[in-house]
Design a protein around this ligand. Structure first.
Ligand SMILES: [Zn+2]
Length: 427
């Protein structure tokens, strides 16, 4: 499989080993489940889904991303795209490829526990749990459906792509490695597109993390953030030029999104729960835009004392999380939630010490807050040119992608009608 995986560039460019899926027939646990649709053997019109982590919708207006602007001008953009709650990375990336809100796909946070898996703690940094399909099987990612319908999929990093969800991996995939830079990621994607049509993936994902990282470390209004925008845009320019050079410019349908935006924060907007109660018997799963935790034996009183309104923060039990978030029913959602006002952080001294640095940007806030908005840009033969559609929810991306691939969408929370005006009539 190594030769198939590499295309042109894998071993030469990438620091981590190239990973390939098990042989296809062995990988699939079940036959196609949604009817007779089969993808053609030749991938003549690949779909390419790109995520720029932490790219706030209004970054587009800074004049630093001419490639994205050109794609929007020659294609379609939505006024903006709302993330799902909580507006953090793992839940939203999995929403984008399943069309399910986090409460339904079960990836409710970057760190999780599950009462049906006692003693196991999911961490976004732990390859063993990231690669454990049990955490992902409540959703059916698009690449799984592509393979079930006879197609090929490739992921140049994507949340959920390192586990055999419902028995299937993407045909070509890479374990996440932050040391692989933006340009190397693009070159891997171009390598996959350069494969013969009978080998080329029908679906490819591409993920950039640098904008989110700089947003956290230096803030959304920093020169470092602007430099990250320019870096990713330059990588996208290489991507577009490479697609054109391969003669695929009129064939690839490209969708560029983000998982969430970024709000400015700082050391003067940190709320320490230790100042309010004894936190030693509280088990924190997350701190930041919100703190989520369970009470350990002996911690129930402290947890209850936090409930209610505080300056810049509100604490509730999970069944009282605001209804508009559509969040709180999945068994993995912790019992208690303290939500900070946008721009504030709720944390503990212990969590802050372990984090090791002060944040200048944060996300995870109300998914309707303007700072949490993400972009939606689409370009290619299926899309109108120069059109702007009203704001969409990120659950709407999945049914659009399934439509582009001409496979039946799995059950989802989105609606193709919301992106219908992005499409060329008849597509
Ligand atoms: Zn993110």
């Amino acid at each position: 499989m190594a030769a198939r995986c590499a295309a042109l560039l894998c071993t030469a460019l990438l620091l981590a080993g190239c990973a390939a899926a098990p042989a296809r027939d062995a990988a699939l646990a079940s036959p196609p489940r949604d009817g007779p649709a089969r993808l053609p053997a030749d991938a003549d019109a690949p779909v390419l889904l790109v995520s720029i982590d932490g790219f706030r919708a209004d970054y587009l207006d800074r004049g630093l991303t001419p490639t994205l602007q050109a794609l929007a001008d020659a294609g379609v953009r939505a006024e903006y795209m709302r993330p799902s709650y909580p507006s953090i990375t793992f839940p939203n990336h999995y929403t984008l490829v399943t069309g399910l809100r986090p409460d339904r796909h079960g990836v409710v946070a970057n760190f999780m526990t599950d009462p049906t898996m006692p003693g196991v703690r999911f961490s976004m940094f732990d390859r063993a749990t990231v690669g454990d399909a049990r955490w992902w099987n409540d959703g059916r990612p698009l690449w799984t459906s592509v393979r079930e319908h006879g197609g090929r999929a490739a992921t140049m990093f994507w949340v959920g792509s390192e586990a055999p969800v419902h028995g299937a991996m993407p045909e070509y995939w890479r374990p996440f490695d932050i040391a692989v830079d933006s340009r190397q990621r693009v070159e891997q994607v171009l390598g996959w597109l350069a494969l013969a049509p009978a080998e080329r993936p029908h679906l490819i994902t591409l993920y950039f993390d640098i904008v989110d990282t700089m947003g956290h470390l230096h803030g959304p209004d920093s020169p470092e953030l602007d430099a990250a925008l320019a870096e990713v845009d330059a990588a996208l320019a290489t991507l577009v030029a490479g697609i054109d050079a391969q003669g695929l410019g009129e064939r690839v349908n490209l969708v560029v999104v983000s998982d969430h935006g970024m709000a400015a924060t700082g050391p003067d907007r940190e709320l320490y729960l230790d100042d309010l109660v004894d936190v030693s018997r509280l088990d924190f799963l997350w701190t930041g835009a919100y703190a989520s935790f369970d009470a350990l034996p002996g911690g129930e009183d402290a947890a209850r004392q936090l409930l209610g309104g505080h300056p810049h923060m509100t604490c509730t039990t999970r069944d009282r999380i605001p209804e508009r978030y559509r969040f709180g029913t999945h068994r993995r959602v912790p019992a208690y939630f303290c939500e900070a006002e946008p721009g504030w952080q709720v944390t503990t001294r212990d969590a802050m010490q372990r984090k090791g640095h002060r944040l200048r940007g944060e996300h995870g806030y109300d998914n309707r807050h303007p700072d949490m908005r993400a972009p939606f840009i689409a370009h290619g033969p299926a899309f109108r040119r120069g059109a702007v559609i009203p704001a969409i929810d990120n659950v709407d991306v999945y049914p659009l992608l399934a439509h582009l691939l001409a496979i039946p969408p799995a059950d989802n929370d989105g609606d193709l009608a919301h992106t219908r005006d992005a499409l060329v009539p008849g597509r």
